[in-house]
Design a protein around this ligand. Structure first.
Ligand SMILES: Nc1ncnc2c1ncn2[C@@H]1O[C@H](COP(=O)(O)OP(=O)(O)OP(=O)(O)O)[C@@H](O)[C@H]1O
Ligand SMILES: [Mg+2]
Length: 263
């Protein structure tokens, strides 16, 4: 059954680092079961928004609600994959250990990893095609393989909301497609997914909603309404690169005619 609350609600959010605002007045209501792409140039505040929703950064103004509650209480609902893992994985921990970490949040006081937890971790590794590496040390994997393990860890959390900050960074095209189909099946299960993404050429294919961000919310809504030349230009400040990216996208998807303006 759907919650009467939005999984993620952001109201008039302003965030600064050392008094320099990087997000201004962002309002957002994300419906349950949405698969949302977050798009914007480097430094647009995408990671900051994700971290603020995760309660890792405190806003200067406005607020975030997770299923109607303050993020402190709500973050246990959230599976989070940060932009490139900031942890040094030089110490001896196996792929299976990393995925089991996803289960710890579900254990109560004195809780122990059970057989079911192991089975779940096993299944999640299988989903991302990393089961043969279960006993490998995480530090000895390639960047893309590590990224897939972090996805497995997030899956093992069985959260209702997932925030993923560039989960495709360093992942090859075949794995990216495999991960996208996992994300779509999670959406089918009613999960809400917010994914920071850099590739405009695939945005239309991957997401059903889009948040265009450049320090302010430029637009949020169903992809057909938001993925327009006008709004993309506003987001990227009319930089030339945007036009070449869009041109290549249009060339790859000739059936999709770029909308010239929003109605
Ligand atoms: N811890 C920090 N202290 C000070 N400034 C920061 C900090 N983290 C980010 N910033 C600044 O805040 C702005 C937004 O950064 P953020 O990481 O949210 O951007 P982003 O949209 O995720 O960019 P990218 O596409 O490069 O990942 C940038 O100008 C960045 O330099
Ligand atoms: Mg970022």
């Amino acid at each position: 059954m759907k919650s009467p609350f939005y999984p993620i609600e952001v109201h008039d959010l302003t965030v600064s680092y050392q008094r320099k605002p990087v997000l201004y007045g962002v309002d957002l209501e994300i419906e349950e079961g949405s698969l949302v792409g977050v798009i914007g140039p480097n430094g647009a505040g995408k990671s900051t928004l994700i971290k603020t929703i995760m309660n890792m950064v405190s806003p200067n103004g406005g607020f975030v609600k997770i299923f109607g509650k303050n993020p402190k209480a709500g973050t246990k609902h959230i599976g989070y994959i940060p932009q490139k893992e900031s942890v040094d994985w030089d110490f001896p921990v196996t792929v299976m250990d990393v995925v089991l970490m996803g289960r710890y949040g579900r254990l109560g006081w004195f809780g122990r990893i059970s057989k079911d937890d192991r089975r779940m971790a096993h299944e999640c590794l299988e989903k991302v095609d990393m089961l043969p590496y279960a006993n490998r040390q995480i530090g000895n994997l390639s960047g893309g393989q590590q990224q897939r393990v972090f996805l497995a860890r997030a899956l093992a959390q069985e959260s209702s909301i997932y925030l993923m900050d560039e989960p495709f960074a360093g992942v090859d095209a075949v794995s990216e497609k495999a991960i996208v189909s996992i994300l779509k099946s999670m959406q089918q299960d009613g999960k809400t997914l917010v994914i920071v993404h850099h590739d405009l050429a695939t945005a239309k294919e991957y997401f059903d909603h889009l948040l265009l961000l450049n320090m302010r919310k430029i637009a949020y809504g169903p992809i057909q309404k938001v993925f327009t030349q006008d709004l993309l230009q506003k987001t990227y400040g009319g930089r030339l690169t945007i036009f070449s990216e869009m041109a290549s996208q249009a060339a790859r998807q000739p059936e999709i005619e770029m909308e010239k303006s929003i109605s």
